[in-house]
Design a protein around this ligand. Sequence first.
Ligand code: ADP
Ligand code: MG
Length: 629
Amino acid sequence: MATKQFKAESKRLLDLMINSIYTNKEIFLRELISNASDAIDKSYYRSLVDENVSFNKDDFYIRITSNKEDRTLTITDTGIGMTKDELENNLGTIAKSGSLAFKNENEIKDGVDIIGQFGVGFYSAFMVSDDVVVKSRSINSDKAYKWESKGIEGYDIEECEKPEVGTEIILKIKADTEDESYDKYLEEHSLKELIKKYSDFIKYPIKMLVKKSKKKEGTDKEGKEPEYEDYFEDETLNSMVPIWRKNKNELKQEDYDKFYMDKHFGWEKPLKTIHSSVEGAVSYTTLLFIPAKAPYDFYTKEFKKGLELYSNGVLIMEKCEDLLPDYFAFVQGLVDSADFSLNISRELLQHDRQLKFIAKKIKEKIKNELLLMIKKDREKYVEFYNNFGKQLKYGVYSDFGANKDVLQDLLMFYSSTEKRLVTLDEYVSRMKEDQKYIYYAAGETIDKIEKLPQTELVKDKEYEILYFTDDVDEFAIKMLMKYKEKEFKSVSSNDLGFEADEKESKKETEENKELFDFMKETLKDKVKEVRASQRLKSHPVCLANDGELSIEMEKILKTMPNNPNIKADKILEINTNHPMFVAIKNAFAEDKDKVKMYSNLLYNEALLIEGLPIEDPVKFANDVCKLIK
Ligand code: ADP
Ligand code: MG
């Protein structure tokens, strides 16, 4: 009997599999098991609709058998089986198999990346085997047939012996090579692992005869060492019902915690578990976790976000990035939807739409759960925020603020009046009647900000100030611009919105114009202006800030590459009610050099307060000593 040729498309896919550069060869087992499960589904369906076919739960199973001597791995199922024609059509032609309806070369090229992300079907067997035998008897036939292929050359079909309905796939496992181990596909423990990893939630039992050891009877007599003997016992390797398919009411938090840790989603119990099922145009179940702590690599490039993607209990992707926005990258968990097929290529676009739809819903779900947490379990939220708040703020800042509406209600900052983290909503609801802005102060730590001279006036007016201690804070807020129609305003900014105080300081500045001009001349480009301060009450001096770029932002940008010369516009503000101002005024009348020294000293003081380096510390130290007389 002449060997039959594969159809052209099949040949191409087969070629891809045989010469697979793809490293994740282990998924072949998942593919074959899921085909077996599909086949059992079909016979189960038949038993429901055809009264001649009986249904006995115990008759439906998948069996894995490995034989190291022959190097064969056999996957047996009690499914619907295939007739001769079906063997030929389903396994000989890709178009029929529905696996990969590759239409053109381009898609095949894309296909290389797609392998491993989504189902690749029966042909994946050729990644680990160069001789594949399929023995099958259809539920509709008395005869059984054997299909065999040694690869690209084609396949043979002949009648064979097989009394039971179902399919048996026998893979002759390749020999180990220098770069690739195939032996493991014959090892009991690695097969167990693979099944746990990819097929744990297949509905039907996946059985394997597993080697065990027991005491030999009669050898356990007193004074004698017991002898042991090996024996084999059938074991079901999969747990069959996935936790997320169970009813919420049946589950305790402990069950979720155990699952979370078994899956290595995190090393301690999750902070929050979100389990929900949605029925609708797209039906899906999600089980999401918010970790209690950020993984050690969370804020690095090494961290990879993503959720596990299941199709009816079969894992099709370990980390599906598209399901999570970056700002929720910390979320762990999975999505299971019967609307995903194992094979993306079937209707690539449609999948995409479903994926996007689910991703959108997941995003909303996480947001709402977090909002609820703020209301119902604030302590927990604060714990969450201390770990992942930075990520939310990056989220506000990135993509030109595209996600600010999603995120703004989740933000928290330390409050000067509440002495704890507060939301923007809380801030705004507490604002005084005459208060125009949401005030903030940026600095390294809460303690340092607390002491900033620039906060004096705003505090004096008993307005609340938000303290920004993360690098990203001010950048994020600039992106936000407003919250509930209230603009953000730095306590260091040029215009604080207090008209009376502003008028007063303008007047003072005017009155001392000559002195301030002289000081500005002394300091040259270091400052844009020297003027009387409206914001200082007890402190002598501070820097204020003109323009979009703040002094804090300058500091942060300077630590990044490519920004060495970036500079915020600084204004030196002098407290004209401070005793030192009298001394300066006197000096201005008598000794201009002294005013020059004072100007430099005050400027350097202001820099120190900001946590900025002073240009000439030695000169500064010497000048201070000159004052000690
Ligand atoms: P898919 O599973 O996406 O249809 P595959 O390449 O995995 O694509 O399988 C091709 C076809 O071969 C299946 O659609 C099915 O008709 C048939 N098939 C594969 N394995 C079995 C099996 N164990 N029992 C019955 N039919 C099978
Ligand atoms: Mg398949």
